[in-house]
Ligand binder design. Structure first.
Ligand code: SAH
Length: 359
């Protein structure tokens, strides 16, 4: 029989584990503190736990962590990490520093099944769902490698669709938000989804209070059907109803991500359609210039068109920002996580800078 991995236990499951070993519930909080706040990697280190309990833990449980298989840094300071999972499958995570924040972008699946037309992870295809500890383990490993800096924000925007792996993703959120463990405030955690409506409702009901980002990329069903096949299952009307039902605290806004594709979804008429679609919702639209890559049949919209699109949103009172892509040359930017290094695979930097400066 395999030993229980304590890193795969939610706070409730840790409590059950220690109670099963005839210890009082507060031991679970101590254990959690050791695992996440102090980064213990062996039970022997946990010196304020009784020795007999530590020995039993060592006999019956394990602390499994994710080994970093490769680490790459982009010129802008963005770092990408490759992890090899116990079964040999691989995933990537990204650490994005700026003046005020250190954001960790983590994966919830190895690969992705959703097949959005503009995303390289989609081209790679689906391998499998991650377990909760494999999701949390990315944060633990990135945090340990961040040289004195603390991860301030988490975005579930790496490989995969978090809500297609809702069970394990929700367990991972329980762990990441646990006040005795990693203790991330919900307002610093963002889950991004293509819009799986039933799971959006489940997320709302779970009451985590995390930020929700919805990848929209088209304001009409006709166009979204072509760019994001999931739209045929959950069309815009249904999706927007779920968005309007997502509970927001007073400081919170829903985010809509909109990947800007040259001549495809960037016309000013579509900007006006987008305004109509989101009217009355407390939201922000995040315009993301496409990160181009060989194999993707699109070009990024020229900067002036993105700005014109943004002006229409703003003039109508819709908050709109333009996301600056980070780490493109190492395939670390949005939609580029597909186990490529950028060296030898192909040259995204040459492609992207050229495409962005035209127009
Ligand atoms: N499956 C979830 C989580 C991944 S988030 C989701 O799609 O929301 C990844 C984000 O990158 C999404 O907003 C997606 O629209 C965006 N994206 C995908 N491919 C991209 C590309 N080539 N360039 C820029 N952004 C891209």
């Amino acid at each position: 029989m395999g030993r229980a991995n304590v890193m795969d236990c939610t706070p409730g499951e840790l409590r059950a584990l220690v109670e099963g070993l005839a210890e009082p519930p507060y031991r679970a909080r101590q254990l959690c503190g050791w695992l996440y706040a102090r980064g213990a990697r062996g039970f022997a280190e946990m010196t304020d736990l009784p020795q007999a309990f530590r020995r039993r833990l060592a006999a019956e449980a394990a602390i499994a962590t994710l080994p970093i298989a490769r680490r790459q840094q982009a010129a802008d300071g963005t770092e990408k990490f490759l992890f090899t999972l116990p079964d040999g499958k691989q995933i990537e995570s990204v650490l994005i520093p700026d003046e005020r924040r250190l954001t960790a972008c983590i994966s919830t699946q190895a690969g992705c099944a959703l097949d959005c037309a503009f995303c390289l992870t989609g081209v790679m295809g689906f391998r499998r769902n991650l377990r909760a500890w494999e999701i949390v383990g990315q944060i633990v490993a990135l945090g340990a490698s961040a040289a004195g800096r603390r991860i301030t924000n988490i975005v579930l925007m790496g490989m995969g669709e978090p809500l297609a792996n809702a069970g394990q993703t929700f367990r991972a959120l329980e762990i990441l938000l646990c006040p005795h463990g990693p203790a991330f405030p919900p307002r610093r955690v963002t889950l991004s989804t293509v819009g799986l409506v039933p799971e959006m409702k489940a997320l709302a009901e779970a009451g985590f209070g995390v930020n929700l980002a919805v990848s929209l990329s088209a304001p009409t069903d006709e166009l979204r059907d072509r760019l994001m096949p999931i739209n045929r299952r959950y069309p815009l009307g249904e999706l927007l109803r779920a968005c309007r039902a997502y509970p927001l605290k007073s400081h919170q806004r829903l985010t809509f991500e909109y990947v800007m594709l040259d001549q495809v979804n960037d016309t000013l008429d579509l900007a006006r359609a987008l305004v109509k679609l989101v009217r009355g919702l407390r939201c922000k639209v995040n315009l993301i210039p496409l990160n181009p890559a060989p194999g993707l049949p699109f070009r990024p919209s020229p900067r002036p068109r993105i700005e014109a699109f943004q002006r229409i949103l703003k003039a109508a009172g819709v908050m709109a920002t333009i996301r600056e892509s980070r780490g493109r040359e190492i395939f670390a930017a949005c939609g580029m996580l597909a186990l490529k290094t950028g060296a030898g695979d192909c040259e995204p930097s040459a492609l992207s800078s050229g495409a962005l400066s035209r127009g």
